[in-house]
Ligand binder design. Structure first.
Ligand code: IYR
Length: 222
C-alpha cells in the first residue's frame, strides 16, 4: 500500500489569475467536445497512451488512499468477442424485458439497441473493477472505504485523460456485468464497475444531437 507516515512539502506553483482563467476556459472547451461514440475505427492505439491514461486515473483521490480500483485492458480479439457475445445476451434481455417503458423512452434519443459491434471493432476495452477489499501480502483482506465514489472519480479521470489524448470513449454498462469477472478471471472481491470502450471514432461518425445543461441549471452559487 502507498501509505505514508511522514509528510513532505506540496509541489504547487500558484497560477497568476489571468493564466488561471485561461486554463479553466481552455479546459472547459476541450471537455465540451467530448462525446460518447458508438461507432469505432479498428485502428490500433499505442499501448503507452493507454498506460499513461490509466496512470492518470490512478492519481484519483480515494478513501484512505486505498485506491480501490483495477483496470483490465482487453485488446485480444478472442476476449473482445467473448465480451461482446455475453454483453449482447444481457442487452437483449434488457431491451426486450427488463427495461421499463420509461427507461426505453429515455434511451430513444441515443438510438441504442442490443447490438454492440463496437465491443469487437474498437481496439481496446478497459474493464474497470471496484475492490471492496484489498488483499494484503499475508493474504488478509483490508477493508476499503468510499469505493463507489473513489472508482467513479478515477473513471472520470480516465475518460478525461483519453479524451485529451485525442481518443474517443464509450461508457458501457451492460447489466448485470458478472460475465466480465468470469471472462477476465477477476477475484470475487472485485465487482465489475464499468466497461470503457476506447479507440478512434469511425470515419464520418454521427452522434445524437443532445446538449449539456447550462450553468444555471446545474449549479447554485450562494
Ligand atoms: N446498457 C444499455 C442501455 C443503456 C442505458 C443507458 I442509462 C444509456 O445511457 C445508454 C444505454 C446499452 O448499452 O445499450
Amino acid at each position: 500500500m502507498a501509505a505514508s507516515d511522514s509528510f513532505i512539502p506540496l509541489d504547487f506553483a500558484p497560477l497568476p489569475e489571468a493564466a488561471m482563467q485561461q486554463a479553466a476556459a481552455t479546459f472547459y472547451q476541450t471537455m465540451a467536445k467530448r462525446r460518447s461514440v458508438r461507432d469505432f475505427s479498428d485502428k490500433p492505439i499505442p499501448d503507452t497512451v493507454l498506460e499513461q491514461a490509466i496512470l492518470a486515473a490512478g492519481t484519483a483521490p480515494s478513501g484512505a488512499n486505498m485506491q480501490p480500483w483495477h483496470f483490465v485492458v482487453v485488446q485480444d480479439p478472442n476476449l473482445k468477442q467473448q465480451i461482446r457475445l455475453a454483453a449482447e445476451k444481457e442487452e437483449r434481455e434488457l431491451y426486450a424485458h427488463r427495461a421499463s417503458d420509461e427507461w426505453l423512452q429515455a434511451l430513444a434519443p441515443l438510438g441504442t439497441d442490443a447490438n454492440k459491434p463496437f465491443l469487437e471493432t474498437a481496439p481496446a476495452l478497459i474493464a474497470v473493477f471496484l475492490k471492496k477489499v484489498t488483499l494484503a501480502e499475508d493474504g488478509s483482506k483490508q477493508k476499503n472505504y468510499y469505493t463507489s465514489e473513489s472508482v467513479g472519480i478515477a473513471t472520470g479521470m480516465l475518460i478525461t485523460a483519453l479524451h485529451q489524448a485525442g481518443l474517443a470513449t464509450l461508457t458501457h454498462t451492460p447489466s448485470p456485468m458478472k460475465f466480465l469477472s468470469d471472462i477476465l478471471q477477476r477475484p470475487s472481491y472485485e465487482r465489475p464497475f464499468l466497461l470503457l470502450v476506447v479507440g478512434y471514432p469511425a470515419d464520418g461518425v454521427q452522434v445524437p444531437n443532445i446538449e449539456k445543461l447550462p450553468l444555471g441549471s446545474i449549479a447554485t452559487f450562494l
